[in-house]
Design a protein around this ligand. Sequence first.
Ligand code: FES
Ligand SMILES: [Fe+2]
Length: 352
Amino acid sequence: MTSQPAAQVDTAQVDTGAFITDAWYVAAWPDEVTRAPLRRILLNRPVLLYRRRDGVAVALADRCSHRFVPLSLGHIEDDDVVCCYHGLRFGPDGRCVHNPHGDGAIPRAAHLPAYPLVERFGALWIWLGEGAADPARIPDFAILGDRARFASVCGVMHVAANYQLITDNLLDLSHAQYLHPGLRVADPVRLRHETRQEGDTVWSFFWRDEGVGNGLMRLLGWPEGRRGNSRAHMRWDPPSLLLLDVGIAPLADDDAPGIDAPSAHLLTPETATTTHYFWSFMRNTGRDDTALDARIRALGVQAFVGEDKPVIEAQQDNLRGADIMAMNPVLLAPDAAGTRARRIIAARLAAG
Ligand code: FES
Ligand SMILES: [Fe+2]
């Protein structure tokens, strides 16, 4: 890992309508995909998700090759999907397996795209690109499945904004001081920030030494008024997969247990101006406390849905269709990580 100085940035312009397709994105949390058809627009493509009888989840184009009706309006029969309109039937590999019309011959063009889908780290990941779909290219989110150490609550929210505006938000957590009363800290003077980059992975580190814990830490059991060393370290991997290491550690002369509350923020573009935001909050305290689950969920909903989402959506609306980087935004010190991420995306898109 190399440490780099902050914000020697340019304003690389990005076509926000273009997506990196040779990449893994989260399509759904596993429990969202059942024997009933689930339709989701991912990277501007209609995708049908369902499970075969053996439980394996599959992803097909959600657009019948006949009249382009969503197959998700149809039904699942055995391992196949049957179109609601004229009855074409497709297998989980996308092959058309039954044509009830004419002599029953199946036109080659009837077959549908089937997309690689893997269940890993407690999420369902989809590959929509042309390149080889190697699951080893999914960044390490093993922490998501570490039930021995962490309890977790997860969800998905829909945000009417380009995914890169959300990435900007997550890589610059200085906004918490202004936007999130429940996460505000008492003495922001003690905040230190640093951006680092290794290959195409970007980190945005915030430290706060010898401060009292914020509202989240107190909710997780950190005593009121006790001082500790807090951290909020965001890791970003392209296109938009973020892991946040948040916690507080006791001071050297304190043997109190520390609190670790990592969270995953997995952004999948729906369109150029809308995003599926999959989130998971983990914690190493109160692991069997379902009441705490509910309080964590409420805090997350308050922060994301109640506070971040309205601002980011208003920001998207205020751009009136323009790309923010084409509008010469003022760049402040904490923008360094987000700007690095944007430059990596721009380079990947330019490379095709
Ligand atoms: S649109 Fe699907 S069978 Fe006609
Ligand atoms: Fe936020």
